[in-house]
Design a protein around this ligand. Structure first.
Ligand SMILES: *[C@@H]1O[C@H](CO)[C@@H](O)[C@H](O)[C@H]1NC(C)=O
Length: 324
């Protein structure tokens, strides 16, 4: 029985050591974060799936501090992480590249937020020639055949501003609203003109009704183009600031998301909102609030899918789509 006891003791010591070893390995892995990073990079395809995990709750202190570096320092930071973690770049060539791409996306998103914030805080200034030129350009893009009779003019209402000086309408979103509207008018001209045209027409589905019936329901589609553009800028802005746009931007911007990507997202939102508005068929502008929040919820739901990319039809080829 002494022999048996000896065997049992050896067995338990063996088990104990094994557990201890496993525990130790677990702690080491946790501590260096090595397996975690490699696992994330190898198990998730590039784009939002991977970058959201890397930017997620801390797995590794080194990476957490790397998330706040300047974009120009990203490459060097990745080299440092690889060296500190003793990951051989020759045997793991893809790891450095993947980490760098994800880190650039994270850092880029953050700098995009501050760039957009800066534009939003800049008020429209009538004494600034750059601002004035942008506004005039917006008119020319949307009303190419009608010259403006003056800087202050009732004509501004034709493109959906509220009064004779658009300046006051930019208040909520500052220059960001103007930048977005101008980008939309310049780069997605056909859609912008169609939207403007529709916003000035009698309600689409009533056009074909007999004339006597039309008279009773002689209401326009019900919203003002420029005002809606400024309001959808607000929507795009809050999607960006809340982080909801990460999914989309990480999927469409293989390196750094930029203002251009934000403006393209705005164009997409304008187009989708217009379609949604027609589908919802509100009786008048009083329903704007309801339609807008329903639209907002729908976009948020779509962005929960990590494979989601909000792609405007016009720039599908400009945007680097998910399967690079
Ligand atoms: C846009 O519309 C919503 C809902 O009506 C409103 O709460 C918000 O303040 C508006 N934003 C701007 C910039 O006008």
């Amino acid at each position: 029985s002494k022999h048996l006891l000896g065997i049992l003791v050896t067995f338990f010591v063996f088990l104990y050591c094994k557990c201890l070893w496993r525990g130790l390995k677990f702690v080491v892995r946790k501590f260096t974060g090595r397996c975690e990073l490699q696992r994330i990079c190898y198990n998730n395809k590039h784009g939002a799936r991977r970058t959201l995990k890397i930017g997620g709750p801390a797995h590794c202190c080194l990476l957490q501090s790397a998330l706040s570096v300047h974009p120009d320092k990203v490459e060097k930071t990745i080299d440092d992480i690889m060296a500190l973690k003793k990951i051989n770049p020759d045997t793991n060539p893809q790891l450095g590249i993947s980490l760098q791409a994800s880190l650039l996306q994270i850092v880029g998103y953050r700098s995009l937020v501050s760039e957009v914030e800066k534009l939003r805080r800049e008020p429209y200034d009538c004494d600034n020639t750059e601002h004035e030129e942008m506004l005039m350009k917006l008119w020319k893009e949307l009303r190419p055949d009608t010259p403006l009779t003056g800087r202050i003019s009732k004509q501004w209402c034709e493109i959906g501003f509220q009064g004779s000086d658009p300046k006051t309408d930019f208040r909520g979103m500052g220059l960001l609203g103007l930048h977005n509207l101008l980008y939309f008018a310049e780069h997605d001209k056909a859609t912008a003109l169609q939207m403007l045209h529709d916003s000035l027409q009698p309600k689409h589905n009533e056009v074909n009704k007999p004339e006597w019936e039309q008279k009773n329901m002689d209401k326009a589609i019900g919203y003002s183009f420029a005002i809606v553009g400024i309001n959808i800028t607000d929507l795009a802005y809050s999607l960006l600031v809340s982080g909801a746009l990460k999914t989309h931007l990480y999927n469409v911007a293989p390196e750094m998301p930029s203002l251009l990507h934000f403006q393209q997202t705005f164009c997409y939102l304008m187009q989708e909102f217009h379609r949604f508005w027609i589908e919802e068929d509100p009786s008048d502008i009083m329903e704007f609030n309801r339609v807008r929040s329903k639209f907002h919820r729908r976009i948020l739901r779509q962005l929960k899918n990590p494979d989601m990319a909000l792609c405007p039809h016009f720039s599908a080829s400009d945007l680097h789509l998910v399967n690079l």
